[in-house]
Design a protein around this ligand. Structure first.
Ligand code: ADP
Ligand code: MG
Ligand code: MG
Ligand code: MG
Ligand code: MG
Length: 430
């Protein structure tokens, strides 16, 4: 049975609850509710005006109710008197179809097996106004794993890591990543919904703790054009109770036929889900990108899979799982998992064949592969593929596809109304 939040407040010294939901653009919206009021809110939900957030609603719609999931309760390690709760959205007595967490839960309920995933959200620590990395001494050409630069950010990184230890997430390593100013922290994988909630909370936590230290944590996919961007790789396996269905000692690289069908589904549907995994204008400056100053972007440009080789979209690093390297820091935590699960299940249901793996270096020899599909080149390409693929409606439902495509098209149109310096540089003398 779900825990009683009033009791939890008394037992754990929680004074306030943040009833929080993630909208279609990945923004976290919340009400701060005093413990004395949580009893009613646990039943009825906290009220919001849906139109005021990115959900494709109208100002005339009824109240939107965010019903907290008590299993998601996390006491903020940096402010333990506050309890954070992920919420599901309801309106007029019905679940809101297009709400990201609701969508992921629907897909999980349909999937039959349990998808487990672990994510690697890369981030930059920048100055408060976001214009520069926070550490002026972090200038190495190959900054990955830079011990000195990592230790200059010891206070921030370990405060976040200590928090994850305290929360029982099983963090196991922290490092300086491949761009100046970029870091990654890793913790144990788990059921997709748990990982999505943790992903949402991690972003909130990293930003909050960085702010405490006078810095800013950004997950923007490509904040600096010449540096490696921030991905959010996802490692995936599918389970039936305690049995990993992707593991097969006799399969190629220790992955089962079911695992290859799942990979086949992801590759078949990459175009259609790219607007979810890489949801911003800026996302397309990370993928398909020219070489960065470190020597490689570490991001994919084509729809291919491989063994333990980081130049492809899908990598099989180990038996019984694969890594999907396409997603980026802007991906909505719930939609990232939903996209992977939906596309993978499509592969399982239709026994999709991913073809033979490629063992080449895609950055240097990608041009020799003539029969692989390329990734969308920009957000508009991706939105169109999302809207026009017959599979998206089957995978995500009409309401979600309509809402998401509408808001993303609006975003693209806003973007095209900007006049850039590039245009002036290249067109003034036309
Ligand atoms: P890399 O940088 O080599 O891609 P990381 O160690 O940074 O790998 O991240 C690996 C992620 O994969 C972690 O979140 C880890 O818990 C997760 N993981 C490991 N095994 C599995 C598995 N069987 N299923 C899903 N995720 C897994
Ligand atoms: Mg009011
Ligand atoms: Mg990693
Ligand atoms: Mg990384
Ligand atoms: Mg990785």
């Amino acid at each position: 049975m779900a825990i009683d939040l009033s009791e939890a407040a008394r037992d754990r010294g929680i004074k306030y609850f943040l009833i929080s939901y993630t909208d279609l653009f990945g923004a976290q919206r919340a009400k701060l509710v005093p413990a004395a009021a949580i009893g009613d809110m646990q039943k009825a939900g906290a009220g919001f005006a849906g139109f005021a957030t990115w959900l494709d609603m109208s100002p005339s719609d009824s109240d939107l109710f965010a019903k907290p999931d008590p299993d998601s309760l996390i006491q903020l390690p940096w402010k333990p008197e506050v309890g954070w709760l992920a919420a599901d959205l309801w309106m007029d007595g019905k679940e809101v179809e297009q709400a990201p967490r609701n969508l992921l839960k629907r897909l999980i309920a349909r999937s039959g097996h349990q998808m487990k995933s672990g994510i690697e959200p890369e981030m930059f620590l920048v100055n408060a106004d976001g214009t520069q990395i926070s550490d002026p001494s972090d200038t190495a050409e190959k900054p990955c794993y830079d011990q000195q630069a990592l230790m200059r950010r010891y206070d921030v990184i370990t405060e976040i890591c200590d928090a994850m230890i305290q929360l029982g997430w099983g963090p196991y390593q922290n490092d300086h990543e491949d761009a100046n100013g970029q870091f990654e922290m890793n913790w144990n994988y788990g059921p997709a919904l748990q990982t999505a909630d943790q992903h949402a909370f991690y972003k909130f936590m990293a930003k909050s703790i960085a702010e405490k230290h006078g810095l800013r944590a950004t997950f923007m996919p490509k904040p600096f054009l010449n540096l490696t961007g921030s991905g959010c790789h996802a490692h995936v396996s599918l389970w039936d109770g305690g049995k990993n269905l992707f593991a097969d000692p006799n399969g190629e690289l220790g992955v089962s036929e079911l695992g290859y069908h799942f990979i086949g589904g992801l590759m078949h549907n990459t175009d259609a889900i790219c607007a979810l995994t890489n949801p911003t204008v800026n996302s397309y400056k990370r993928i398909n990108a020219p070489r960065t100053t470190s020597g490689a972007t570490w991001a994919p440009n084509s729809i291919t899979y491989t063994g333990n080789n980081r130049t492809h979209m899908i990598r099989i690093p180990d038996a019984g799982r694969f890594e999907f390297r396409l997603g980026d820091g802007a991906a909505n935590p719930y939609l990232l998992q939903a996209a992977i699960l939906a596309a993978g299940l499509d592969g399982v249901e239709n026994k999709r064949d991913p073809g033979k793996r490629l063992d080449i270096n895609m950055y240097t020899d990608g041009h020799t592969v003539t029969d692989c599909k390329k990734l969308p080149l920009n957000l508009l390409d991706a939105i169109r593929a999302f809207e026009s693929s017959p599979a998206t409606r089957t995978m995500f439902g009409e309401e979600f596809v309509t809402a998401y495509a509408k808001l993303k098209n609006q975003e693209w149109n806003n973007y095209t109304r900007h006049l850039t310096q590039w245009e002036r540089d290249n067109t003034l003398d036309c």
